[in-house]
Each structure stands twice: as structure tokens, then as C-alpha cells.
Design a protein around this ligand. Structure first.
Ligand code: FES
Length: 66
């Protein structure tokens, strides 16, 4: 059973990791755009590092290495 509270990555906006991944699946893979869509990073900014880590992890696929 998933604990929704554990999945929240921005406590100011209530944004979850799943929301970020869903946006990325739609091609929204920039911090500013994710912030605009979810409100993440628009409060204290503490989630900035976490969202950047998700973006880096997801975009750093073997096919994307140069
Ligand atoms: S935790 Fe995301 S803006 Fe505060």
C-alpha cells in the first residue's frame, strides 16, 4: 500500500513525485514548467533539489548520454 504522504516532495504545494513523473511523461521536463503546473518551488524552495534530482535521474538515460 502506497503511503501518499511519503510521496509528497513539495510540502508547500502538496506536489507528489507521481505528479512530477506524470508531467514528465507529457514532455514537461523543466523545473520552471513543473513549478508552473504544480506550484512546487513557489514557496520555500526546499523541494528544488528533490525535483532537480528526479529530472536528472529520469533524463540521464543511457540513450541520452553524450
Ligand atoms: S517544499 Fe516546495 S516550495 Fe516549499
Amino acid at each position: 500500500m502506497t503511503n501518499i504522504k511519503d510521496d509528497v516532495i513539495c510540502y508547500c504545494s502538496g506536489t507528489t513525485k507521481e505528479q512530477v513523473r506524470a508531467l514528465m511523461a507529457q514532455g514537461i521536463n523543466e523545473l520552471d514548467l513543473i513549478s508552473r503546473e504544480t506550484g512546487a518551488c513557489s514557496g520555500c524552495g526546499a523541494c528544488d533539489v528533490t525535483i532537480k534530482a528526479i529530472l536528472t535521474e529520469s533524463l540521464n538515460l543511457p540513450n541520452h548520454r553524450t
